[in-house]
Structures are given as structure tokens and as C-alpha cells.
Design a protein. Structure first.
Length: 313
């Protein structure tokens, strides 16, 4: 059960070391069991230590960190912090389901994870889940994309990890495209409208991360991903105002994405994907993404680089 030594200083360490092992069944409405599924997939995809002896370069760490954030901030349900149960009607819980159970099923198909019975949702829900082992039609393509990711890891290949990141983000995007469509079609009350708008915007932000093959390994997440999201639910504008400056700025950008007209959003994403065509540009994603969302006098040079990458043949 190798993991980076730095994990012991993080709140993720507790659930990593105490989550129940998955044996006869997998209950995805238990926070601990979802985390146990992530832990097993992280461990089982490093059999050849391609992600390092302590697995720190595994791109699945990003999903585990994201789910831990959802848990500690109350985004998985009103009682989750008390009893560990994920509300089937939680929009964030549903979004994570597509990024936990769906890759798990693909990992099973790829021989990376054991074949276990997937528990049905405990109550009726506004969202569609795997029931009786049957994957909802809208998520079948996502299983296939995640299967391609795990198959890539099983094949011998170069040490370069970017192809794995690109495959992971393709599968990630396929899942969240479904989530965005569902959120637009269901009643999400009593969850605050501002919070649901933030979730929709976050799904759009993923499109930018996908185009850039954004790193999601342990080192990158701990360096750049632990203080950028709100630690409280967003119910009122006052909740937004109360956030620390860095998180507030990020949330404002995500909310702006959520409310951008689709035609404008599609055009902006097309331009960003063109900028991110080359490995050279993707290696500079942090300052370039900052220049897109936070233009300032001190990142003028990066904005010039954006234009050069955009116009390059």
C-alpha cells in the first residue's frame, strides 16, 4: 500500500488508511467505499511502478483529492460528515458517481479491479444510477473511454505519462458532459442555485483542463490544487465574499464560465484547444491559463505567448 510520505500530513490520509476494503459488494453511497475504490484503482494501476515506487505520479490522485474536498465541505449531503452516507440527490455526489463507479466498472472490465456487486441507490433519486448492474444508457460511452484509459496503462509503452493524462481527461470529460446535460434537465432544489451554478461552471472548467492534459498526480495536486476551491457551500453572494482571495477569484471565474452563452463558450474553448495543441504550450499551462482568466499587467508576456501559440501554423 505504497503512498507518498507527504500524505500523512493531509486529511486524505485518514480515509486512505481506514476505509473498508471492498470485498463482496461495493456501496457507492458510502463515502468510505468510494474512497476505497479510488485507493484500489490507484494501487492496482502501478503494478510495474510506472507511476513511481510510491505511486506519486498516478493521475488518479486528482479524483481522490476532489472527492475528499466534496466530503469535508458538505457537498455530498446533509448527513455525510456525520454518517458517511452520500445523498443520492446530491448534485456533487452524482457528479462524483460518474467519476468513481463508471471508472470502477471499466477497471473491472480491464482486469484492474475485482468484479463486485454494485449496490443500488438506497432511495429513489432524481439522478440515474447503475441499478441491478445495468449502466444507464447515457453513461455507456464513458465506461468505454475509461476502459481505454486502463487498457493504455496495461500496455507496455514509453515512460512519458502525458498519453495517460490525455486518456484520463477524455474519459473524465465524457462523464461530466453527461452531468451537465442532466443538471440542465432536473430540479436541483433544495441545493442552493449559486452552488449548482458553480458545479455547472466547474464542469465547463474541466474542458479547459482536458485540453491542456492538466496534471492530476500527487505532487501537482498538493502544490496547486489544495487551496483553490471554496471550503463552504455557496448559498448567497455573502458566502462568495467571505472566501479567501485566491479561492474567491477562482470561484468568480468558474461562475462566469457557467453563465457564458454557449456560442461564446464554444468559441473560447475552440481557441484554447488550438493554443494547447503543442506539448510546449501544455507544459506552460499554469501561467497560460492564468493569463486567460486573470489578465493583469504582470502577465502581459504570457498573453503574448497565447497569441503566438494561437497563430502558429
Amino acid at each position: 500500500m505504497a503512498h507518498p510520505d507527504e500524505l500523512t500530513a493531509l486529511d486524505l490520509h485518514s480515509v486512505w488508511t481506514t476505509a473498508d476494503d471492498l470485498r463482496e459488494a461495493f456501496d457507492p453511497f458510502s463515502f468510505e467505499q468510494r474512497m476505497a475504490a479510488y485507493r484500489l484503482m490507484i494501487e492496482n494501476t502501478n503494478a510495474t511502478t510506472r507511476f513511481g515506487a510510491d505511486n506519486r505520479h498516478n493521475p488518479l490522485w486528482g479524483l481522490m483529492f476532489q472527492h475528499q474536498w466534496q466530503f469535508r465541505t458538505g457537498r455530498l449531503g446533509a448527513t455525510t460528515l456525520r454518517d458517511g452516507r452520500i445523498d443520492p440527490d446530491s448534485p456533487w455526489g452524482y457528479g462524483n458517481y460518474t467519476l468513481n463507479v463508471i471508472p470502477w466498472l471499466a477497471a473491472v472490465d480491464a482486469g484492474v479491479a475485482p468484479h463486485l456487486r454494485i449496490a443500488d441507490p438506497p432511495t429513489r433519486s432524481r439522478f440515474r444510477y447503475v441499478v441491478g448492474g445495468v449502466v444507464p444508457e447515457e453513461l455507456v460511452a464513458a465506461v468505454a473511454d475509461w476502459r481505454a484509459y486502463f487498457a493504455l496503462l496495461g500496455a507496455s509503452g514509453p515512460a512519458d505519462l502525458e498519453p495517460a493524462r490525455l486518456a484520463l481527461w477524455k474519459a473524465h470529460k465524457t462523464c461530466l458532459d453527461v452531468v451537465v446535460g442532466v443538471l440542465g434537465a432536473v430540479d436541483t432544489t433544495p441545493w442552493p442555485e449559486l452552488e449548482v451554478t458553480f458545479l455547472r461552471g466547474w464542469c465547463r472548467m474541466v474542458d479547459y483542463l482536458w485540453a491542456a492534459a492538466w496534471p492530476t498526480d500527487f505532487a501537482f495536486m498538493t502544490a496547486h490544487g489544495l487551496d483553490v476551491l471554496p471550503e463552504t457551500l455557496l448559498a448567497t453572494p455573502g458566502d462568495l465574499d467571505a472566501l479567501p482571495a485566491k479561492a474567491r477569484g477562482n470561484v468568480v471565474n468558474v461562475l462566469r464560465l457557467a453563465t457564458t452563452p454557449k456560442w461564446r463558450y464554444d468559441l473560447n474553448l475552440l481557441l484554447w484547444r488550438r493554443i494547447m495543441r503543442t506539448r510546449e504550450a501544455r507544459d506552460q499551462v499554469l501561467p497560460l491559463l492564468d493569463a486567460v482568466f486573470n489578465p493583469r499587467p504582470d502577465n502581459t508576456a504570457e498573453r503574448r505567448k497565447l497569441l503566438r501559440y494561437l497563430l502558429r501554423p
